[in-house]
Write a protein that binds this ligand. Structure first.
Ligand code: FUL
Length: 489
């Protein structure tokens, strides 16, 4: 009898379970992507936002920017070198990747390369037993951040330079050394710069890039033409106010000064995902010079808005000095910079507001509602309007109670499904306060008119490739921004 009851119970439970499963709500699917799309390593790269360049080498000791190649290794003696101090400065500034000039144009190698004597091995530093690359790698590992390397193609020291085959073999051999010996390298920088009277030389980029990818699966290759990250076209840390992550790679070549505008803005019709990196120095020069001091905080913030705020990564150079340390003034400015970014962006005034949109895919509860732009996920949850809608797409934030006072608007697209927005406008209580073209991973509008106050902020997407997908919106207060002498009360 009891076993009969038991099996009856089991059957009933099974039926109830099947019923529950069959009734489980299915959610609408995400829309199709708009190609091209970023690769996984490019997405990871983009989320870093701020990374650090370390220009260090013989120039640090000769007060120059481009070494001649004839420097005596005896001048390289950074007695106080402490890569942990470099990495601490980076970590304190919220930086997760540091890129070192393993070899600059002067050809002097910061690691003991087997293929040249022109390296730390011939210097008095640590009696020729030092290895700056290794010290940086160890310090970065200890603090859990990543390393990238710069290996200058233009080499003013090596006699092979100017002879295609031997020099390309030399360069490839050094790439293999660097990418074999030092663990994971996340970015490699191929600089297109070359003096006007340097010998003619063809670089075997195809071989170099293939070798890099073979040795390091998750690396991003930077150059004027990618293949993973492109130069932004200037060294001021400023992207175009229109900035597409897409370009046609066939239109690009390395070391070609005529394509800088194209690099700066990208191409809405581009078939390759090749986002730009903005390289700029915290000081006037790339290398440390006693006479120089770091840029003002306001200049760094301007650079931040023009790079990170325009869909780019900011590669900020902070050069170690001849003692082998990042100067205290630079460390201090970096800290101020990070503190300012946190002050501005850690509070989002849009949180706790009402949020409404022109339409939403799959209707309410479909998973694509406008509330997704406030959930803290900047990639994979997003607002999707209905795509059959003929109407213009907009999303609106309504302040509760006292209204909203802010001077920065942040918009982010769900770039995992492609960069889409071509033109957008922002209205506060019906008045246009900002207009722009592209958005991409992150677009920051620091309001030229200064602080605005209002109840309703509406972002209108005027033009896009397919439906716009917005992953995050922020309304922020930047206390450092005083356009036309405006003061915060
Ligand atoms: C340029 C080089 O010539 C500079 O010295 C510096 O390394 C900068 C990042 O790239 O092309």
């Amino acid at each position: 009898m009891s076993s009969l009851w038991c099996s009856l119970w089991i059957n009933t439970l099974c039926l109830l379970f099947k019923f529950a499963v069959s009734r489980r709500e299915l959610v609408p699917t995400p829309p199709l992507p708009v190609l091209p799309l970023p690769a996984f390593s490019q997405l990871k790269w983009q989320q870093r936002e701020l990374i650090m360049f370390l220009h260090f080498g013989v120039n640090t000791f000769t007060d120059s920017e481009w070494g001649t190649g004839h420097e005596n290794p005896a001048i390289f003696d950074p007695v106080g070198l402490d890569a942990n101090q470099w990495v601490s400065a980076a970590v304190d500034a919220g930086i997760s990747l540091v890129i070192l000039t393993a070899k600059h144009h002067d050809g002097f190698c910061l690691w003991p390369s087997k293929y040249t004597r022109h390296s730390v091995a011939s210097s008095p530093w640590k009696n020729g037993n030092g290895d700056v690359v290794q010290e940086l790698v160890d310090a970065a590992k200890a603090r859990g951040i990543d390393v990238g390397l710069y290996l200058s193609p233009w080499d003013r020291h090596d006699r092979r330079y100017g002879r295609d085959l031997p020099y390309n073999e030399y360069y490839l051999a050094q790439l293999q050394e660097l990418l074999h010996k030092y663990g994971s390298v996340r970015e490699i920088w191929f600089d297109g710069a070359k003096g006007s009277n340097a010998p003619n030389m063809s670089y075997y980029f195809t071989d170099w890039f293939a070798m890099v990818k073979e040795l390091q699966a998750s690396i991003n290759i930077f150059s004027d033409a990618g293949p993973d990250v492109r130069w932004v076209g200037d060294e001021k840390g400023s992207a175009g106010s229109t900035c597409w992550s897409t370009v046609n790679r066939t239109a690009l070549s390395i070391g070609n000064a005529t394509i800088v505008d194209y690099l700066n803005t990208g191409d809405p019709k581009g078939t390759d995902w090749l986002p730009p990196e903005c390289d700029v120095s915290i000081r006037a020069g790339w290398f440390w010079h006693k006479s120089e001091s770091p840029k003002k905080l306001s200049e760094l913030l301007e650079i931040y808005y023009n790079s990170v705020g325009r869909n780019c990564l900011l590669l900020l150079n902070v050069p170690p000095n001849s003692n082998g340390l990042i100067s205290e003034s630079d460390v201090h400015r970096l800290r101020e910079f990070r503190a300012a970014i946190d002050t501005i962006f850690s509070t989002n005034l849009a949180e706790n507001c009402f949020i409404k949109a022109s339409s939403q895919r799959g209707g309410k509860g479909g998973g694509f509602g406008p509330e997704n732009v406030l959930d803290g996920d900047h990639l994979w949850t997003y607002w999707v309007p209905r795509d059959e809608s003929e109407e213009e797409h907009w999303i609106e934030i309504r302040g509760v109670g006292e209204g909203l006072t802010f001077n920065v608007i942040r918009i982010q697209e769900a770039i995992g499904l492609g960069q889409r927005i071509k033109r957008h406008e922002i209205y506060v209580d019906g008045k246009c306060v900002a207009k722009g073209t592209t958005v991409g991973y992150k677009r920051l509008h620091r309001l030229q008119g200064g602080m605005v106050e209002g109840q309703v902020v509406r972002i209108r997407i005027r033009e896009s490739k397919g439906v716009p997908l917005i992953s995050s919106i922020g309304l922020h207060l930047d206390p450092f921004w005083h356009p036309k002498g405006q003061q915060l009360t």
